[in-house]
Design a protein around this ligand. Structure first.
Ligand code: FPP
Length: 255
């Protein structure tokens, strides 16, 4: 992995980029290859994306690698994805660690094999002090699962007497969600042409800018990412305010 000079000023970079990496299967089918070939090729785009984030000062990257619904795919494809995750953990963790990347798996990890779970936990433990980039990998993840899980954790806190039921609010519930300690998602990028969220980060995407592109995931590189970030900068983020208010506060430097 080579990290050279920045092409986007860190001050202008989204702080948190989330990606639905879609299109691996179609990319492979277009080449008359099995879908698993597309997933293998998708890893190159993943590497390019991590390099891009490190180079451009994007502090958090969250990748949808395996949804709660992906178990419904043919056994052969699910098996190939599990093998890919195992191999990627063996091969990539040391190098990512060397670049200061903190790896975090989010989702219901209990459904994976003991071997895979152990390697995920090992990767998380090894990299937990790193701060150059938070690389969050969503596996067996669903946005509704995350909401239900947060509600359960809050209910347990109520049972223990640590949280009053009538004190539950957006602010007191927020810490129970995945990624609570990272900035909110600024930019959601979905490749592969579909324009939907597919049960990804429902709570965390509340004010994200959504960018949908036709490029299939294995074809993603720094140029594609640059144009998505460029599109992000073209958006006016109002957070409920009027356009005039936003322009007045950016003129005075008050967000
Ligand atoms: C969606 O494309 C992609 C996935 C379900 C898997 C994503 C996995 C990778 C990019 C491989 C590497 C990941 C890690 C964390 C090592 P699709 O199969 O739905 O494509 P399609 O829409 O063309 O069918």
């Amino acid at each position: 992995m080579t990290i050279d000079s920045a092409s986007t000023s860190p001050a202008r970079a989204p702080r948190h980029l989330a990606i639905v990496m879609d299109g691996n299967g179609r990319w492979a089918v277009q080449r008359h290859r099995p879908r698993s070939f597309g997933h293998r090729e998708g890893q190159k785009a993943l590497r390019a994306t991590i390099e891009y984030c490190l180079r451009n000062g994007i502090g958090s990257l969250t990748l949808f690698a395996f949804s709660s619904e992906n178990w419904k795919r043919p056994d052969e494809e699910v098996g190939a994805l599990m093998q890919l995750f195992l191999k990627a953990l063996d091969r990539e963790v040391d190098e990512l660690h060397g670049h200061g990347v903190r790896i975090e798996f989010i989702g219901d990890l209990g459904a994976f094999s003991a071997e895979l779970r152990e390697r995920m936990h090992k990767a998380m433990r090894k990299t937990q002090a790193n701060r150059a980039l938070f690389a969050n990998v969503a596996v067996n993840y669903g946005g509704r699962w995350d909401i239900a899980h947060a509600a359960r954790l809050a209910a347990e806190a109520v049972t223990r007497g640590e949280l009053a039921a009538d004190a539950i609010s957006e602010a007191t519930l927020a810490p129970y969600f995945s990624l609570a300690e990272q900035p909110p998602v600024d930019l959601l990028l979905r490749t592969g042409g579909e324009q939907r969220i597919s049960n990804f980060l429902l709570w965390q995407l509340a004010y994200a800018e959504l960018v949908f592109i036709d490029t299939l995931w294995p074809d993603v590189d720094a140029t594609v990412l640059d144009s998505a970030v460029h599109e992000f900068h073209r958006r006016e983020r109002r957070f409920g305010k009027t356009s005039a208010q936003v322009q007045a506060s950016s003129a005075t430097g008050n967000a």
